[in-house]
Ligand binder design. Sequence first.
Ligand code: WAQ
Ligand code: MG
Length: 268
Amino acid sequence: MSRGNLFSIRMRSAKSGGHISGAEGIYERNDISSIVKEYTDRALIHDKGAADEIRITVEELKEKPKKISSLPLFTLNTRNAEAAKKAAKAILTSIGITERAVEEAFGALDVGITMRGAMLMNIEGVRLEPDLLRGVRVTRMGITQKAATELSKKLGRLGLNNSAVKEALVLASKVHKYRMVLGELCISDDPNYTTGYVATRTHGYIRLPHIKKRGVPFGGRAFFITGGEVKDLIKYLQITPVLINNIKPCEGVVTLKEILERKAHRQP
Ligand code: WAQ
Ligand code: MG
């Protein structure tokens, strides 16, 4: 990325007041108009229907973005929601998150209310976000053009080069850079997108196919967090600009056993 000030560009679209889609990134001034067009087009053509309201924010960053690597990506061959939940539980409990907390998260993602942001849960499953209806939105993250090209290439080999995967990986990579965050569970709110993921710093970003049944119009995110200042965490998630400039390996299908064992090798 060349010098000059960078901009956070964010889009949110709605239809009859309900959320349709969102997208965001960090870009150079020269790219603003083409990105605004791309985001607008995306909002107008969506599985959930065409938006009747599109909000786009273009905001110059006052702070230089922190440059980080993406999490390594893996896929499990979970065949149904039950298998996906079992795998999520095995991975998240292996780093000290309680089974109860994982159950709480799945329960909250299944009540049919879609929050704008993520839940924050301690390892016992107690909710810590100040606004329980809205949650905490992660914003001001992006990926450099060079890293985006690299990521597209790596995902393309796996047949996964789509914006859902890329954007979720960018978001998760920002989130898990912060030490207070131990794990994440994500289920898309898009009725046709049935693959979710769990992420941890040690295991990486692990895709869980069939985590929900096709047609379910809600989803959500939970960040499992450990002791520390929640206010500072929220500030980091919402305000601190982060740019992915290096891509870690993106692998094909692996077994749960491999994920759990590999973690052991990576531990210091
Ligand atoms: N910050 C916090 N929470 C968010 C954000 C954000 N920026 N954006 C979305 N959420 C929450 C919100 O509750 C949504 O309903 C929920 O997450 C799901 O968001 O590798 O598409 O944008 O194939 O629907 C996973 C990709 C795709 C898995 C996830 O999420 C893969 C996806 P969606
Ligand atoms: Mg969605």
